[in-house]
Design a protein around this ligand. Sequence first.
Ligand SMILES: [Zn+2]
Length: 103
Amino acid sequence: MNTNCLEGLRCPKCGKHGPFHIAISALATVTDDGVQHYGDIEWSDDSYCDCPACDESGIVQDFRTPSDQPWWEAQAAEENPASLGQRGSPGKPAQGKPDGYPG
Ligand SMILES: [Zn+2]
């Protein structure tokens, strides 16, 4: 279960929670010598994403799986009308001798 950078993401093909290759957007100070510094890294649901484990590729949105949704959202989705007419039967006393009975 991913709870930080990859929260809500899981490979739709192999089910792994990462790592993934994601095409990011970042600010970098680039000189002729190379990259000296980078700022915040960002990506969106439209960013390219692939799974190195199974080579599944797509966009980040494709890697969002409903099974990783927060529990409060899952609970809201399962909200169903109250089922009436279900009667619970009273429990019968268990029959049989208890285990470990001293002989
Ligand atoms: Zn995969």
